[in-house]
Design a protein around this ligand. Structure first.
Ligand code: SF4
Length: 344
């Protein structure tokens, strides 16, 4: 079981990376000991023969105006965290609070107001946009579904959203295939903004884009955060991508958070050997700064049968006998940094 990883920065007062005093109000999102175990079924009778421990006790909070970067290799469970928060998959256990209100266990109907507050931007802007709908209809769809305004008011709101994300009003009647990848992601962002959410979950939102376009989309997201006080959960397999936008970073390995810190601390004083390995792959712009290259052996083990003790012991360059039998807790090592390792 892991302790909570909490972040705090006053909205609108800091650039990504500066931690500030915690405002005394409920976080936009508070996740406690979240678990999602998918049953593995086999045979004619579809008997449950095991579980995929996709998310296994994850805790964190996000305040309005701040970004938590959630990072880890493919298969570590980070996307499942995002989907469980939105109840796109049903959590196995744990608590999810949106603006202080518990949302686990709510019916579809009861979830409606919270769905307005939390939106998602997907990795592949092409497959997440209906090719038969015009861009304007795509952006206006959430307004229609939630019965917001009449047709004219919705059209005006869509035009406003187009301008806000850097698209031209004249493009409202074009179809997704008529846009570039970066523009399609702007449509996805406009759709996510339509209902004035407090929190946006970005599931690898720039991974499918060219590097130059990635920077434009990240800058747009940061501008929108400044302007609207949005909270972001920014999910990525790439630490370099989350570096610019995040105030805080949580590193996940096999369903658990293994390190959590504000961005500067994580990049300058990482403690967990897994974080060190991920960081060693991030290019450093200053040639005077040298990072020790850490190459991890093998792939992430299967979440169906995670290794005993510390899940990372099969790949850890400093593992000792104790690591195979004893699971480390995520403990505070000072300054808000939390690490799950017996020796760090
Ligand atoms: Fe490595 Fe052991 Fe620390 Fe796990 S607990 S990260 S295996 S040293």
């Amino acid at each position: 079981m892991h302790d909570g990883a909490e972040s705090g920065v006053a909205p609108g007062t800091a650039s990504a990376g500066d931690s500030g005093p915690r405002p005394n109000r409920a976080p936009a999102l508070e996740v406690r000991d979240l678990k999602k175990h998918f049953p593995v079924k086999k045979g004619l009778l579809q008997k449950t023969v095991g579980h995929v421990y996709a998310v296994d006790g994850v805790s964190f909070s996000i305040r309005e105006g701040e970004t938590l970067g959630l990072v880890g290799e493919s298969g570590c469970g980070k996307s499942t965290v995002g989907r469980a928060i939105l109840r796109l998959v049903e959590p196995t256990s744990g608590s999810i609070k949106v603006s202080g209100e518990e949302i686990t266990g709510l019916s579809k109907q009861e979830m409606r107001p919270y769905r307005r507050e939390m939106q998602i931007i997907f990795q592949d802007p092409f497959s997440s946009l209906d090719p038969r709908m015009s861009a304007g209809d795509i952006v206006g769809e959430p307004l229609k579904v939630h019965g917001a305004g009449n047709a004219k008011e919705r059209r005006d709101r869509v035009a406003e959203l187009f301008a806000r994300v850097g698209l031209r009003q004249a493009q409202m009647d074009s179809f997704p295939h008529q846009f570039s990848g970066g523009q399609r992601q702007r449509i996805g962002i406009a759709r996510a903004l339509a209902l004035n959410p407090k929190l946006i979950i970005g599931d690898e939102p720039v991974s499918a884009l060219d590097v130059s376009i990635q920077a434009q989309v990240i800058n747009l997201l940061m501008d929108l955060q400044q302007e609207l006080g949005l909270g972001y959960l920014f999910i990525s397999h790439n630490l370099a991508v989350v570096e610019h936008i995040s105030h805080y970073i949580a590193v996940m390995y096999l369903g658990r958070i293994v390190e959590y810190a504000d961005k500067r601390t994580l990049f300058t004083s990482p403690r967990h050997p897994y974080t060190e390995a991920l960081l060693s792959a991030v290019p450093v712009p200053d040639p005077a700064i040298k990072r020790k290259k850490v190459v991890l052996e093998g792939d992430v083990p299967s979440p169906v049968k995670p290794p005993s003790g510390c899940h990372f012991h099969t790949r850890c360059p400093i593992a000792q006998a104790r690591c195979k039998v004893e699971s480390p807790v995520l403990r505070d090592v000072g300054g808000g940094q939390k690490v799950s390792c017996h020796f760090r």
